[in-house]
Design a binder for this molecule. Structure first.
Ligand SMILES: *[C@@H]1O[C@H](CO)[C@@H](O)[C@H](O)[C@H]1NC(C)=O
Length: 208
């Protein structure tokens, strides 16, 4: 057998053996996380409550700059997701609120629960796919694509999303440029924004 074929068979065996070793591995976020996730919590201490996340209950205030409130049920907050390749988030929008342009390491499906939003993503050809979504509508944002949501209704809006990773990450484009340690002159060069606009945005995020 040639080398690629042998490697292929071993890869399959390795993934199968991994899949059948454990029913689940509730994470222990107090231990370091590796590329495969957290180490497992002691099975003797696991109860039903480990598999239940109650963090989506209740109302949200939307007072930040984007008039949103995002509740992430990723593996660090809901450790039963560890190793399962799935997670959720709740998105709340005040009137005029937005989830600004961002991406994850994963794909995402969204379902609107209250209000009316425009949701969309932009592909690597700079084509934008966006649509007005009403309650009950579902949209998918393919893996790693930049995407966004805008409340276009006259009421607050709420949506829930699910992502096919336990730790999908969340990278917000504008904060990544202006809320962190990127120097203003580099931000200007890599965006073509003016110095004044870069400084305005850095002040918005308290970094100038
Ligand atoms: C989200 O809403 C909760 C509940 O009202 C509030 O405690 C929290 O500070 C809000 N977070 C943000 C970022 O506004």
């Amino acid at each position: 057998m040639n080398k690629p074929a042998i490697f292929f068979i071993f890869s399959i065996l390795a993934s199968l053996s991994h899949a059948i070793e454990l029913d689940f591995c509730v994470g222990d976020p107090s231990l370091p996380r590796g590329p495969q996730g957290y180490a497992c919590k002691n099975p003797a201490t696991i109860t039903t409550d480990d598999f239940v996340y109650t963090g989506f209950r209740g109302e949200r205030t939307t007072t930040n700059i984007f008039r949103n409130n995002v509740t992430l049920a990723f593996a660090n907050a809901f450790p039963a997701l560890n190793g399962l390749g799935i997670s959720m988030a709740r998105l709340d929008f005040g009137i005029g609120g937005v989830i600004p342009l961002h991406s994850h390491r994963t794909s995402e499906v969204i379902i609107v629960n209250r209000g009316t939003i425009i949701a969309g993503f932009i592909d690597t050809s700079n084509t934008a796919y966006y649509k007005r979504l009403e309650v009950g509508d579902v949209m998918v944002f393919p893996q790693a694509m930049l995407h966004f949501q805008v409340n276009v209704g006259n009421t607050p809006a709420t949506a829930f999303v699910s992502l096919n990773g336990a730790n999908p990450g969340l990278q917000l484009t504008t904060p990544s440029l202006f809320a962190g340690n990127l120097p203003a002159d580099i931000a200007e060069q890599i965006t073509l924004l003016s110095h004044n606009e870069v400084m305005r945005l850095k002040r918005v995020f308290g970094t100038a």
